[in-house]
Write a protein that binds this ligand. Structure first.
Ligand code: NAD
Length: 261
């Protein structure tokens, strides 16, 4: 495979499934060598195998993004196998829904650790190499919930807002070192994470699954349409290809107008 990201090494967390998996395929098609880092090692290896079968270069890596030692070991494994990291996409995520008064503290801490500790630890692990080579792009997988709130999603909304702060701080610290950062903020995309929420939200809100889709998930879009994996991949590729620091520290919404930021 050859393309506009030829020779670049990309690490994508949570890429055994859903959005991360689609991003790994898109970056590989653009010529990048991709490391698929996930808690689910068999899934990561299967996703890497699909890319290799299509002629790309990919590696499945075991990584719990909440564990500093596991993150550092995983990034070291990638650097040894593929070379220094040019692109990090901190994408691993989960959803847990409860009203605030019933939200188990352990579940709150777990969600924040995956989204925020994971983004921080993976960034910290790749930055020395990026700074040494004066190049790098870090993309955090935010959400329309980086800008909007929804009932039942206090932990998720808090975490996704928090990523804006990390991305903006990295943009300021990394600028002098040739490192850029962004938050990509999709609307609802039909991945396993979202499929699971439909019956959960229907039960919690006392409405039908169709109403969850039409009212809760798509009610604020301009056209009642889900965002697609391709929409997110096209946006991420644009940001990875952008050639200068003119574009950094941004939050890009890909949400059918759910939020206009
Ligand atoms: P998904 O459930 O399909 O995939 C998530 C992946 O993250 C899984 O492979 C899982 O194994 C991995 N993961 C979970 N915990 C991990 C950990 N501790 N360490 C490493 N990997 C871990 O979900 P998705 O919908 O593809 O979501 C990916 C990202 O996109 C998440 O950050 C999510 O919040 C965000 N997002 C999703 C949507 C959507 O509508 N699907 C919208 C906006 C943002």
């Amino acid at each position: 495979m050859s393309g506009s990201l030829d020779g670049q090494v990309a690490v994508i967390t949570g890429a055994a499934s859903g959005i991360g998996k689609a991003l790994a395929q898109a970056l590989a098609q653009a010529g990048a060598q991709v490391a698929i880092a996930d808690l689910n090692l068999p899934g990561a290896q299967a996703a890497a195998g699909e890319i290799q079968a299509a002629g790309g270069r990919a590696l499945g890596v075991a990584m719990d993004v909440t564990d500093e030692a596991a993150v550092n070991a995983g990034i070291a494994q990638v650097e040894q196998a593929l070379g220094p990291v040019d692109i990090l996409i901190a994408n691993a995520g989960v959803q847990i829904v409860h009203p605030i008064q019933d939200f188990p503290f352990d579940a709150w801490k777990k969600l924040l650790a995956i989204h925020l500790d994971g983004a921080f630890l993976t960034t910290k692990a790749v930055l020395p190499g990026m700074y040494a080579r004066k190049r790098g792009t870090v993309i955090y997988m935010g959400s329309a919930h980086s800008h909007e709130a929804s009932p039942l999603k206090s932990a998720y909304v808090t975490a996704k807002h928090g990523l804006l702060g990390l991305a903006r701080t990295l943009a300021k610290e990394g600028g002098a070192h040739g490192v850029r950062s962004h938050v990509v903020c999709p609307g609802f995309v039909r991945t396993p994470l979202v499929e699971k929420q439909i019956p959960e939200q229907a039960a919690s809100l006392g409405i039908s699954e169709e109403e969850v889709i039409q009212r809760v998930m798509l009610g604020n879009t301009v056209d009642g349409t889900f965002t697609t994996l391709e929409d997110v991949a096209t946006t991420v590729l644009f940001l990875c290809r952008f050639p200068s620091n003119a574009l950094t520290g941004q939050s890009i919404l890909v949400s059918h107008g759910w939020h206009m930021g």
